[in-house]
Write a protein that binds this ligand. Structure first.
Ligand SMILES: [Fe+2]
Length: 162
């Protein structure tokens, strides 16, 4: 699948899960489950971008945007790290989830409006297909290995080097 289409579909899926999280009643198992699901998805999504898409996209025209992108990932990862071993969603966790959503929305908007259109021109259709396949495979492996969010606390010291 086209890399940009793949990443964009994941953005929409993450949005849907945040909607479900906000609709779920406070203190329920369902809410905790959604928090974990969102954290896993965001963790695996950030990893495939940092390991595959961002390095492939690196160029004089994207350098500054990518620097910002990995800083934004870092800030989301720090929130995920705070949430990984919670056993219930209290008011503090609700607030963290809501800040995480705002940060994710800002980040996604920049990717979709600025980085992705530039990347599409830089890479071309064939390369985007290849990268999409690589990301799909890596994403599948991360999810199959289980709970990718658990790796996030090891990634909060500095932004990913791409
Ligand atoms: Fe991203």
């Amino acid at each position: 699948m086209d890399a940009i289409k793949f990443l964009t579909e994941q953005h929409r899926e993450i949005d849907r899960l945040f909607d479900d999280f906000e609709e779920a009643s406070g203190g329920t198992k369902k809410k905790l489950q959604l928090c974990r699901e969102i954290s896993d998805l965001l963790a695996a999504h950030a990893t495939i971008e940092e390991r595959i898409f961002y390095p492939a996209t690196k160029d004089a025209r994207t350098k500054e945007k990518l620097r910002e992108a990995v800083e934004e990932h870092l800030s989301v990862k720090r929130i995920i790290a705070d949430l990984v071993d919670l056993s219930e969603i209290d008011d503090e966790a609700e607030a963290k989830m809501s800040v995480m959503r705002e940060q994710k929305e800002h980040h996604v908007e920049e990717e979709e409006k600025e980085l992705f259109p530039t990347a599409r021109k830089l890479l071309g259709a064939e390369r985007l297909e290849e990268l999409g396949k690589e990301m799909e495979d890596m994403f599948g492996e991360l999810m199959a290995a289980g709970e990718p969010r658990m790796q996030v606390p090891n990634e909060t010291d500095h932004p990913a080097q791409i």
